[in-house]
Design a protein around this ligand. Sequence first.
Ligand code: DAH
Length: 370
Amino acid sequence: MTETITPLTAFDDASLDEAFRALTDQVRSAASQLTTAEAQENFRLDWLGRKQGRLKLLSETWLKTAPPEAKKSLGMRFNTLKNEIEAALASEPASSKASSAPALDLSLPGIRRNIGVEHPLTRTMREMTAVFAALGYSVGIGPEVETDFYNFEALNFPPNHPARDTQDTLVVADQEGKPLRERLLMRTHTSPVQIRSMVSNPPPLRIVIPGKVHRNDESDATHSPIFHQVEGLCVDTNITFSDLKGTLDYAMKAFFGSSVKTRFFPSFFPFTEPSADVQISCPFCGQKGCRKCKFSGWIELLGCGMVDPAVFAAVDARRIENGLEPAYDTKKISGFAFGMGVERIAMMKYGVGDIGQFYSGDLRFLSQFV
Ligand code: DAH
């Protein structure tokens, strides 16, 4: 310490009190800032250093000039000050944990965190939904536990109609007393959400409906009792079958690539008339023939059709029951609908041979989709 020491001129108690109070304040304020072991050591040297420590210099200077009767009192005060300094050194520096921790070795490799990725089914469903969202479709969802009315009756599957058998429905137990249309079941397709959307919204309507569906199917390489669909519905004035063809052709090109072609074949669904199955030219082999298209050059991908007038009638009847204006007059409006299975598309796109892999939770399978 090279600091010059102010000599003491008065040695009465009051002067000593004042001088030592000032020193004590200095010690305390310096002690409160000792956050590292290094600062603590500097503080020790500053005050207690054997040769240049302040305490040493102060006591030498002041004791030398003190009158004999003041020396004892002065000595006691220096002792008290020394105790104060030693107490400050005995306590740990404020952030001793940081300072006593081993130094960081910046050359060590970092800890790699596993970041989850979107499940291939979620991704396929989201990408397909996004194609329609970009065309101005809103995204609609509905309940998985559905009533017979929405899943079947309003979609023109009358009671005991043979088409109901194709759906392998899982029904909720113990509902014998209930009217058929109110009975609960696991929805077998996303089409009931079409009805729910129309019952609560007047046309024009453009919605895309991604969702989970349930059927009483045995699991095998291509079947699962729970799977996913993406459904679409467009209702407005002057909607024609050409609009349906143009929309689906555009959507398949947007999803699979612009060189993909589509073709439509007559089919049957109770809720559409006419109905069609849509095939796309195989995007995987460019129609040269591969296992995915079973060497035919074409893949069947979705069902579609013009909304059956019976569906619009059921919707309007329910709207009236709910206290709403009927809004689906088939003299003024028409519409098309389509539906497709997400698993089938994802299996083809990613070359997955067994549908069960999607639900296995096996990280060796899932981590391939990073
Ligand atoms: N709901 C049908 C099924 O699960 C798929 C479907 C076909 C939906 C034609 C539609 C459609 O909207 O128009 O098999």
